[in-house]
Design a protein around this ligand. Sequence first.
Ligand code: NAP
Length: 301
Amino acid sequence: MRTGAERLEEDANRGHPRRSRTLLCREVRGEWCQGVTEGAAASAGDAERATYTASTMLDLAGKAALVTGGGRRLGAVIAQALAAAGVHVAVHHRSSADEALEVVRAIARAGGRAVTVAADLARGDEARALPGRAADALGAARLDVLVNNASVFRATPLEEVTEADWDAMMDVNLKAPFLCALAAARLMGETGGVIINLVDASVETPWPSYVPYQVSKAGLHALTGYLARALAPRVRVNGVAPGPILPAEGTGEAADARAIARVPLKRWGDPQDVADAVLYLARAPYVTGVVIPVDGGRRLG
Ligand SMILES: NC(=O)c1ccc[n+]([C@@H]2O[C@H](COP(=O)([O-])OP(=O)(O)OC[C@H]3O[C@@H](n4cnc5c(N)ncnc54)[C@H](OP(=O)(O)O)[C@@H]3O)[C@@H](O)[C@H]2O)c1
């Protein structure tokens, strides 16, 4: 069997040095790393580029972000995590003005920069205008990061569900992220940016009492891929699909315990787990069109 170095040299001689290196990297990583060192002198001379020297992760310091529904719960943690990475954050809210202001104050106390911005995302005109208003409030000429986090979640058993329930969930959970994404993508300009949608790991398992919610989130999951394709290469579009992270308000302990019984990792996740996935997707320059489940394995059944 050929060694990594031999395969590298052979492929380089065929005129595809970089392609062969990538392949070898996947196939026999340890052997290939050795091969690069040896092959560098023998062939292309650009082996440094194929050797791990420094992370390609983007530096987010000074970037401008909008986090919808950033006043409370997961959105508040995502906003603070971005701010801790040096991002200037517009913390959007609808009803939770006081909570959003408290998030802004916490960011300022930690040395970061943030502002609040209000909008009702059930309204198309407000959703379309929000990214521009967020950039203005930050004093930024552009937007670099959009996190579509705001959401309506409530049980809607089929014998009780109304057309208004359906519309509320489609408007806030699916149409608003779409309209915000289009407006944000324009503000990302030539240099581009990243959009991150908060989806839901549960969309892979039908819940009979949550059909409109799950359909809206399944739509958002699909939209993530479609927009990633449509907005490439300028704008990356990704998603995070949380599982049980924070119980919905008003659920009882028995329901919470049942939820966790079905999670392979046997515990609730932490909002920071979700924020870490958002940060990864914001920083990863070669990742688009993916949705990362952060669900303790819940989707595995
Ligand atoms: N919590 C979990 O364990 C979990 C699990 C799976 C998926 N997720 C997803 O992760 C995201 C965050 O979850 P969460 O539990 O923190 O969310 P949440 O508390 O259910 O909602 C987040 C925010 O959405 C905003 N919102 C609702 N309707 C709005 C409207 N018409 N206009 C503007 N904003 C509106 C609310 O802002 P105001 O308070 O300012 O009105 C609310 O605070 C959501 O997209 C959710 O679907 C969460």
